[in-house]
Design a binder for this molecule. Structure first.
Ligand code: BGC
Length: 368
């Protein structure tokens, strides 16, 4: 089986030197006027209250630059057979043109990297990863490399620990020359066999592995129990590492955002609306106030790495909800990533080669 199809055989796989050229081009072009700059989320908001004395100035600036993002390619067939890719080079450009400033790449290093007993991973995994990072950077998108194999790890954290750390070691080594615009996210939604205590040790161990080769890279860490906003209190981070961005996911009210989803036992529970009533808005604002107060107290920048509402909710409600959540995150100076580009909750219709416009416009409103 050819891993890469004919079309992609012509694709320039960028080596180290070429990758550096991309970085140089990025740096040079950041001096020049960008003909198509992404929307500036901070414009609508207040400055975040974190200080450079508490978090590194670089990580605060980087979180501002992450801005508006979107989750991509977690279940794309390209991981198994590049000739069957749904997501292609052009989608990076379209994402950028729509006004997003980063992609959160949902990686499955165990599923697709297939580490052997010594932790050595399939080179095809890195080839695809490099394709993704090269093209995202070339489109001036920042990149969050999100270790999304939670479903493989969460049922057996102790049993998977060695493979988890070995794969992080390999990914960190492989990506160590990448620019600061590439960020690492230690693990998506750790649950339910993790306790807060065991997760705090787990992410600390992974961070130590990453820091051996990437001493200054921005690393994203969220709390156990599915990165729930109410769990931030339990997250313990190494005080002296200030190049950390803290993430949480927001899908509340769950009976609205996950109505009709087969994987949550709500397949038949549909018809729940989100009407932006004072009570509904206040529930979001209360949750966000708690997150913000945690962030200020601990002096860490926040990244809302997933939010959205499934297709079974009515479109008008989805639009109201998505735009409310996104604007409220921006008002607090948080970066965010919508769940997701393709697959389900879609923002882009790959077969039809067009955005789901109400969703795109809710995420990236046109300038007034
Ligand atoms: C999971 C997806 C799920 C989404 C919304 C993600 O973190 O990986 O499987 O569809 O959350 O529930």
């Amino acid at each position: 089986m050819a891993l890469f199809g004919e079309e992609s055989m012509n694709m320039p796989f960028l080596g180290f030197a070429a990758a550096m050229a991309v970085v140089a081009a990025w740096c040079a072009s950041s001096e020049a006027a960008d003909p198509n700059p992404p929307a500036e989320p901070a414009a609508a908001g207040t400055a975040p209250k974190y200080t450079a004395s508490g978090s590194s100035a670089a990580v605060l600036a980087l979180n501002r630059r992450l801005g508006r993002g979107i989750n991509i390619i977690g279940w794309d067939p390209l991981w198994h057979d590049f000739s069957r890719a749904r997501f292609t080079d052009e989608h990076f450009r379209l994402i950028r043109q729509a006004g997003f400033s980063h992609v959160r790449v949902n990686l499955h290093p165990l599923r697709d990297g297939k580490p052997d007993a010594g932790g050595k991973m399939d080179p095809a995994f890195f080839k695809t990863l490099d394709w993704c990072v090269d093209h995202a950077l070339a489109s001036k998108l920042l990149v969050v490399l999100d270790y999304h194999d939670d479903l493989a790890i969460s049922p057996d954290p102790a049993g998977k620990r060695q493979a988890f750390l070995a794969t992080w070691g390999a990914i960190a080594e492989h990506c160590k020359a990448r620019p600061a615009e590439v960020l690492f996210e230690i693990l998506n939604e750790p649950a339910p066999k993790f306790t807060h205590e065991s997760w705090n040790q787990y992410h600390k161990d992974a961070l130590a592995v990453i820091r051996r080769t990437n001493p200054d890279r921005a690393v994203i860490i969220g709390p156990a129990m599915w990165n729930g906003v109410g769990e931030l209190e339990k997250l313990v981070l190494p005080e002296d590492d200030r190049n950390i961005i803290v993430t949480f996911h927001y899908y509340s009210p769950f009976d609205f955002t996950h109505q009709g989803t087969p994987w949550t036992g709500q397949r038949d529970k549909v018809g729940v609306t989100w009407d932006a009533t004072p009570r509904q808005r206040q529930a979001v604002l209360d949750d966000f106030a708690k997150a913000e107060s945690w962030a200020v107290q601990h002096n860490r920048p926040l990244y809302l790495g997933e939010f959205g509402a499934y297709e079974k909710a009515d479109m008008a409600s989805r639009v109201r909800y998505i735009s409310f959540v996104a604007r409220e995150a921006e008002r607090r100076g948080w970066s965010w990533a919508y769940w997701q580009f393709d697959g389900d909750f879609i923002a882009f219709d790959i077969a039809g080669r067009r955005w789901v416009e109400p969703i795109r416009d809710a995420l990236i409103p046109s300038p007034k």
